[in-house]
Design a protein around this ligand. Structure first.
Ligand code: NIG
Ligand code: FE
Length: 419
């Protein structure tokens, strides 16, 4: 007996990663499967059929109870995945934004006790409820833009209590609203004020106390480090990552963002899930990534907001790297939660094609979060996470820069946004 469809979406253009090996790289990254006038049928949380109307009607049972969404002359894609955000923080830093707009340097602001440390003060002062409320609002911005899975980092506590409070906020938000969250511990985001002049002391505290406590609470899936000149050196980062790996965490890294430091090489050496930023990655770094399974996650919104050179995306694509894109949403270097804007920036300033950017925010972003078996493409068996854009061609999504074209969002088979 054919499975009964509960939800049927009638395209339009059904747009998804070309089926094959994931993540998409090389020629596969340049391709999308585009089904004109296709249908997608869902039951419960899953997609049960994708194909021409005739194929879908043959494979599933449509009943009068089946909810039908007419997306004719619209674009249907997988729910977008944002694999790098700093979602949960107290306060905001608009004053710094305007200082930077008039020429102040991001790292200089940080060295003077502002930047990340300013958000650390505000996050320590915030209650758990305040963090949850702020996080919920930001997730609603993202969801309305078609984002259904979001990675969330801690890193504005830099002490045990506040790091756990941030991760607890993520745990509470998971299930309280539709977006699926992937928690990452980023205790090595800056040197905390209490340990100025005692880097070894903070490292010991992270290795011996904080990492085991985070593990014990089962509250983070990944560990990340801000590997950067004046922040955590490659050697210090390696020690943190080794301990994290021993404890069973998966790894991701802020690599070669402001300086060419070798973060990409470290990601390859340690078999990390992703290496992020890479504005200043060297040719050796690209080579190292090419001989690894690491997904490079590019964040052109940050280059845009900091007015820095963009990551060499074309070079990486030519080396066969499976690029993903993310917002880096955070209160300082990139206060945008708009992943489709990031797609536009990737086309305009990194020379990526619309096919490459769609793969980068769907299947490859899902892969960077270890979820490409469940989300990131429209295939039977996968979770029914879908977006309907009110345009007739997917190439118009990055083209209408900064316009929210999202009409409908489906998360796990349920309509959660309808504009
Ligand atoms: O990914 N580079 C380090 N961390 C963030 C910025 C955090 C902040 O400015 O608050 C980033 O750019
Ligand atoms: Fe970041």
């Amino acid at each position: 007996m054919a499975t009964r469809a509960e939800l049927l979406i009638k395209g339009g253009q059904i747009v998804t990663a070309a089926h094959g090996e994931y993540p998409a790289r090389g020629k596969a990254m340049q391709k999308l499967e585009v089904l004109h006038g296709g249908w997608v049928a869902c039951a419960g949380e899953r997609i049960i059929a994708v194909g021409t109307p005739a194929e879908v009607q043959q494979e599933v049972e449509l009943t009068p109870e089946t909810q039908v969404i007419d997306a004719e002359s619209k674009v249907v894609t997988p729910g977008l995945v944002d694999p790098h955000t700093h979602l949960v923080f107290g306060g905001s830093r608009e004053d710094e934004f305007y200082l930077r707009a008039r020429g102040a340097d991001y790292m200089e602001i940080m060295a003077a006790g502002g930047g990340i440390l300013s958000s650390v003060r505000a996050t320590r002062a915030a209650s758990l409820d305040e963090l949850v409320d702020a996080g919920r609002q930001r997730l609603s911005w993202m969801l309305r833009q078609g984002v259904t899975t979001v990675e969330c980092k801690s890193g504005y506590g830099l002490d045990l209590e506040t790091e756990l409070k941030q991760l607890e906020a993520v745990r509470i938000l998971q299930g309280q609203q539709p977006v699926e969250l992937v928690p990452t511990f980023l205790g090595a985001h800056a040197w905390p004020p209490e340990y100025q002049g005692d880097q070894e002391g903070y490292l010991k505290f992270l290795l011996d106390t904080v990492l085991p406590a985070v593990k014990e609470q089962g509250i983070a899936e990944y560990v990340d480090v801000f590997t950067e000149k004046g922040v955590f050196s490659v050697e210090q980062s390696r020690r943190i990552f080794q301990r994290a790996q021993e404890l069973g965490f998966k790894l991701r890294i802020h690599a070669d963002e402001m300086h060419t430091l070798g973060g990409a090489e470290l990601a390859a050496e340690m078999g990390m899930a992703s290496a992020d930023h890479l504005l200043m990655v060297s040719d050796e770094g690209i080579e190292a990534l090419a001989s690894s399974e690491v997904v490079p996650v590019l964040l052109p919104g940050t280059a845009f907001s900091l007015r820095k050179p963009y990551a060499p995306a074309r070079k990486m694509l030519e080396a066969g790297l499976p690029l993903a894109l993310a917002t880096d949403f955070n209160p300082g270097s990139c206060p945008t939660a708009n992943l489709t804007l990031v797609m536009s920036l990737a086309c305009l300033y990194m020379g990526m094609t619309p096919e490459e950017v769609f793969n980068a925010v769907t299947i490859n972003a899902a892969h960077a979060l270890g979820r490409s078996d469940r989300v990131g493409s429209l295939e039977p068996g996968k979770q029914a996470d879908l977006v309907i854009f009110a345009v007739d061609d997917y190439k118009k999504v990055p083209y209408y820069i900064g316009v929210n074209l999202v009409e409908t969002v489906v998360k796990a088979g349920r309509v959660v946004v309808s504009n």
